[in-house]
Design a protein around this ligand. Sequence first.
Ligand code: ADP
Ligand code: MG
Length: 257
Amino acid sequence: MTTLDIRGLHAAVVDDETVTPILKGVDLTVRSGEIHAVMGPNGSGKSTLASCIAGHPKYRITGGSVTLDGQDLLAMPVNERARAGIFLAMQYPVEIPGVSAANFLRSAAGALRGDPPRLRAWVKEVNQAMALLEMDPAFSQRNVNEGWSGGEKKRHEILQMEVLKPKIALLDETDSGLDVDALRVVSQGVNRSVQAGLGALLITHYTRILRYVRPDFVHVFYQGRIVESGDATLADTLEGDGYARFGLRDEPAGGRS
Ligand code: ADP
Ligand code: MG
């Protein structure tokens, strides 16, 4: 049983000389086997929250705490956070020219476990996971994300999650830009991991994925904090009324999604 505990988290983005406050007091607890959907308009700070938990250097924590089973995550460098069990599926997965997906995954597994996994068993495990995600085995030999379609990149994020087996996964718009088939396999992957004990923080713009991945909790995120929490029916309300019901609106143009 794992608990990710976020208390009063304040954070700012640091760009050259400017420090812009983004997170303004986030409180959230995610436990093993739970699915939390975080929904909110563009620019409300959802990706910032995920980046701060994972340890992106662009952000400065200005208050509050993030712990994993009582350990202070904010005191750890990124790699230690990963070893403690945090996984981030990025909203915009980066291309890594010259590194094959197979090498990338096995190196990641080795870095997490201390030893690289035994080759034959590992290849078998990865191939099985790829088959479940309906990924062509040829992707193993292609460079990570280089020239991949949006849907292929997102399947690959879920592949990493399934074989690296984190305790808590932050899935940042992993459903964005997926066609119906990709949405189904990605959702099935999330459900498999959650059934095996993963705690998931599902950042999403759309309620579409929530038909396949039923959240235990839905949180409305606005201007850097959670303004309302509820069960899955809250997502249904959002589907019908948008954020207007909460007196909220999309951020002015210029906010990034
Ligand atoms: P979301 O994921 O909810 O769409 P983000 O966390 O990506 O929102 O962004 C939150 C806010 O932080 C946005 O208004 C965005 O413009 C701002 N932001 C992100 N990066 C920077 C930056 N480097 N400098 C200034 N503002 C930034
Ligand atoms: Mg975002």
